[in-house]
Design a protein around this ligand. Sequence first.
Ligand code: TRP
Length: 449
Amino acid sequence: MTTRILTGITTTGTPHLGNFAGAIGPAIRASQQPGVDSFYFLADYHALIKCDDPQRIQRSRLEIAATWLAGGLDPDNVTFYRQSDIPEIPELTWLLTCVAGKGLLNRAHAYKASVDKNLENGEDPDAGVSMGLFSYPVLMAADILMFNAHRVPVGRDQVQHVEMARDIGQRFNHLFGQGKEFFTLPEAVIEESVATLPGLDGRKMSKSYDNTIPLFASARDMKDAISRIVTDSRAPGEAKDPDTSHLFTLFQAFATPVQAQTLRDDLLQGLGWGEAKQRLFQLLDGQLAAPRERYHELLARPADLEDILLAGAAKARHTATPFLEQLREAVGLRSFRNIVQAAPEVAKKAIKSARFVSFREQDGSFRFRLLAADGEQLLLSRAFADGKSAGAVSKQLQQGGEADVRAEGLSYHLWLEGEPVAEGPAFADAQARDAAILRLRAALAPVEG
Ligand code: TRP
């Protein structure tokens, strides 16, 4: 069975080394495993929740797309797309919005943090909170459920959102599945080892701490950042403890075990911090120089990036469009054409059983016919002087009166209380007549009005 892995990156910034090591790199490697079907996308609708600067949104989408590809993502091997190129996602968001409890969303950490902050400042609890922020987890649930992802690699802060996607998916399945599980319930996956990549000051590398190392900026910028890594004040020649050094932690995240061991030994032997920084720079530059070049090539050809992403969107919609159609059906958003199709079915059902039809002859007499379910005329009654007596006879037959069918030449007569009251049509041969008699008996057995 293939495992579907899905993750998105909100397009509000320029990826830094921590994003690359923590999310993009591991995701690219995961996509190269056998038995994996990966969906990676630019969460640009999510970006609108956090950012109202169109230039920045546009720039970030471009940079993040180029970063994935420069990092070695093969768009033929994965489904790589922009969230905003998949109209099924906002549509699914609405279907999910209608089943997601408001109380569930009230508990979302990001929303609660805003409310708490407002309360602290003596403001209205919802000051500055958009519906986008409030519904953020529903949009994310749509991202995940749309493609029935099994595993969703995310940072720790996003785990709650994946759990909400499970809740919402489960509720939809329960309400509309009729025993069918429309949605796979996803699981969050945290890359423990790399989620904690330290920044220049030793805290988690994050743009909000302003402690990042740039990823594909120039070698010079990277060198500058590395020179700002905070170390203790031990001089060259003094033994240094690698285990309390985030410079070492950073090095280790990119080094082979042998390279890490060498630096560890050398630090214990008194290697100077300046020297250690130089080694970190060389290690990173060695690994990033080639992708950096690819990155800048890609940025120089935005139209090609557009083509790649549109092809990815087409691939994603190949799954999303028919799936959403099923979901629309499930909630009752169905084509009226299917009702037209259903109508003859209803009619068929109604004439499943044989029926009596009475009529008046031109001479004023009354008769009835017995028509089989398929419309075949099984009986034509004799003429009655008035409708009442015709009705009485057909009623007797309907109520299972003692009717007697007798073959007569190539036809048959129906006798009731000692007299013939109706006759069958003429048949080509006795066999056809006898077959019709069987049909007549069957029709009379359970006749319904
Ligand atoms: N909210 C995620 C973040 O900020 C990005 C994201 C959007 C996402 N949709 C997703 C991640 C679906 C995983 C799955 O990191």
